[in-house]
Ligand binder design. Structure first.
Ligand code: NAD
Ligand code: IPM
Ligand code: MN
Length: 369
């Protein structure tokens, strides 16, 4: 098989710690399976800022665009929190998403059986949970104009962000959700606030139209985003695929993370449109951030990052078997009681970030033997 080029952008805080474990699994795949990777590393976020004065250099953006896939850790941290807005580490990640046109962010929330007890919710609420949040990633309040902080004549200031969506932006992300639903349980719940926002009215109308035109075989429902947050905690298994905007998707996916036991369990894929050859621009990253409270302690859960690499194998390289192998190995390791601190339960032992990586590699070796 031809070499697949991977660009690793580990970023800040626990980013490099969890990506260290991903590198081990990439190396393992390279050695043990019929797939070869060309792995390169570069800087993003605070790390890039410290080295180059910008959170994402043009050269790094170019490398990201030409790589077959990008694997990202996390960006940000207290060290850079007081910088001017355009310099913040988070701007680097947002620029990557925007410049690579990664408009569809897939955030699957799956509760592994071994972690049912690790959730803060009752076992029957989360047991068997398997939902997919499709978050619009290049529009909405994150990018809408006008925006900024402005001085008012009376000496006050005002901060502005604007929710903007076009029909095209809504339709393309909704299409991704419908296509995914067809391969799952065939249900899409579209979430906005059409009761208070015009952009929400447009969102609902366009999703409804696209559904009637092309996807009437899929079951479609609509839910206000505030209710959706409540329903995710009350009865999450009512959902199959949820499609929502950039900001609501950010919040709803952190809520969904706790259904799986920990934010340290949630992976994601950010995808663009396929080109003539069917290849998509793609970036894979855990949903969690740089976790400054535990950074540098070798305590972070690397599973979200590892499962993000599994999503890379599945969505960018069509290597479903290899993706399954990683996911099954993760399940087995958790079932054996190997846990990082965030998913500890009675009768299980806490291991380090590295320890989780060790257990996973050992499990992969066992399965490939
Ligand atoms: P966070 O996700 O970094 O952390 C929230 C809580 O979850 C913390 O208590 C943290 O210890 C815990 N946690 C997160 N990931 C974990 C893991 N893998 N294992 C164990 N525990 C984990 O969110 P925050 O504290 O609000 O943000 C910290 C910084 O990260 C900020 O600068 C923020 O902008 C940035 N951030 C970046 C991304 C990203 O790069 N995609 C995502 C979210 C936040
Ligand atoms: C996420 C993060 C990012 C977001 C930040 C770091 C820009 O919270 O990926 O969920 O808000 O999209
Ligand atoms: Mn977030």
């Amino acid at each position: 098989a031809a070499n697949k080029s991977l660009l690793v952008l580990a970023g800040d805080g626990i980013g490099p710690e969890v990506m260290g474990q991903v590198r081990r699994v990439v190396d393992w795949m390279d050695r043990r399976r019929a797939v070869s990777f060309d792995l390169a590393e570069d800087l993003v976020g605070g790390a890039a800022l410290d080295a180059h004065g910008v959170p994402l250099s043009d050269a790094t953006l170019e490398r990201a665009k030409t790589a077959d896939a990008v694997l990202l850790g996390a960006v940000g941290g207290p060290k850079w929190d007081d910088l001017p807005f355009e310099k913040k580490p988070e701007r680097g990640l947002l620029a990557l998403r925007k410049e690579m046109e990664l408009y569809a962010n897939l955030r699957p929330a799956i509760c592994f059986e071994a972690l049912v007890e690790a959730s803060t919710l009752k076992p029957e609420v989360v047991s068997g949970l398997d939902i997919m949040i499709v978050r619009e990633l290049t529009g909405g309040t994150y990018f809408g104009e006008p925006r900024g902080i402005f001085d008012l004549p009376n000496g006050e200031r005002k901060g502005i962000n604007t929710q903007v969506y076009t029909t095209h932006e809504i339709r393309r992300v909704a299409a991704v959700a419908f296509e995914l639903a067809r391969k799952r349980n065939n249900r899409v719940c579209s979430s906005e606030k059409a009761n208070v926002m015009e952009s929400g009215v447009l969102w609902r109308e366009e999703v409804t139209k696209l559904h009637a035109e092309t996807y009437s075989d899929v079951e479609l429902s609509h839910m206000y985003a505030d209710n959706c947050g409540m329903q995710l905690v009350r009865a999450p298994k009512q959902f199959d695929v949820i499609v929502t905007d950039n900001l609501f998707g950010d919040m709803l996916s952190d809520v969904a993370a706790m259904l799986t036991g920990s934010l340290g369990m949630l992976p994601s894929a950010s995808l663009g449109d396929p080109d003539e050859t069917g290849q998509r621009q793609a970036l894979y990253e855990p949903v969690h951030g740089s976790a400054p409270d535990i950074a540098g302690e070798n305590k972070a859960n690397p599973v979200a990052a590892l499962l993000s690499f599994a999503m890379c194998l599945r969505y960018s390289f069509d290597l479903a078997e290899d993706a399954d192998l990683i996911e099954e190995a993760v399940k087995a390791v958790l079932a054996a009681g190997v846990r990082t601190g965030d998913i500890l339960a009675p009768g299980t032992r806490a291991v380090s970030t590295e320890g989780m990586g060790d257990a996973l590699i050992a499990e992969l070796d066992k399965r490939a033997a």
